[in-house]
Design a protein around this ligand. Structure first.
Ligand code: MLT
Length: 238
């Protein structure tokens, strides 16, 4: 199914290679707490697209130049000044009438998406849509598969590696991360809370976001990066 599988664990891994490195690859991006869970929830909730920016200033400029685009995201877990929304996926369950799309900037998630934007396919993955991502990948033509864990600051993030392991298990691919997932699968609420991103969300009083992001397969949707915007492609039925 895939000519190779490589996992990128942190920014130094996915920002190290030259841009041409990603050409021809299928990149699956995980930022379970919370950016990719936010994108999945927003697109399932009715937003037409999410344009991802590494820099706050670029998101602001884009939103200022485009009608009906809401500014969303976080720095240090909180919405930057003047933003309409933060990065809590629960804020995006139902699209308000006043906006159609998001300009999203987050510490690691949008950084990872931007880094791999030259890939042949960029798939946005979370536990919320993991089954749809697995279904899609099973039907993809053979290509190198890159599992890109956004990380936490410059560090590895446990919840992203566990989610990558869950995807590998769903694809029946043998990998050390499938063992990591198997060892933790029955204890995910505790493990996510103890990990760096989860502990920070707890400090901010956002435990409900962790619980939201832990839900498995509530959205059968497939967000793909297309010409700079993440758009929904409904997963095909079996
Ligand atoms: C990120 O992109 O680093 C995050 O999703 C962090 C957060 O939402 O707190």
């Amino acid at each position: 199914m895939f000519s190779s599988v490589r996992v990128y664990y942190a920014p130094a891994d996915y920002e190290g290679p030259p841009p041409g490195h990603w050409r021809g690859q299928t990149a699956v991006v995980f930022d379970i707490l919370r950016a990719t869970s936010t994108i999945v929830t927003a697109l399932a909730g009715g937003y037409h697209s999410a344009r991802c920016f590494r820099a706050v200033a670029d998101a602001r400029h884009y939103a200022a130049d485009h009608a009906r685009v809401a500014l969303a995201g976080e720095r240090d877990g909180m919405p930057p000044a003047g933003f309409q929304f933060g990065n809590s996926p629960r804020e995006f369950r139902h699209k308000p009438a006043s906006y159609d799309s998001l300009a999203l900037t987050t510490t690691n998630g949008t950084r990872a998406i931007e880094a791999v934007s030259g890939a042949r396919r960029v798939v946005i993955a979370s536990l919320l849509n993991l089954g749809a991502v697995a279904d899609f990948l099973r039907r993809e033509p053979a290509a190198p598969l890159a599992l890109v864990c956004a990380g936490s600051g410059e560090d590895f993030s446990l919840e992203d590696a566990i989610a990558a392991g869950a995807l590998l298990e769903a694809l029946n691919l043998s990998h050390p991360l499938t063992s990591l997932y198997a060892a933790n699968r029955d204890d995910l609420p505790r493990v996510f809370r103890a990990a760096k991103n989860g502990a920070h969300l707890l400090e901010l009083g956002l435990a409900a976001d962790i619980d939201w992001c832990l839900q498995r397969d509530i959205y059968p949707v497939l967000p793909l990066l297309v010409n700079g915007a993440v758009l929904l492609r409904r997963a095909r039925s079996r």
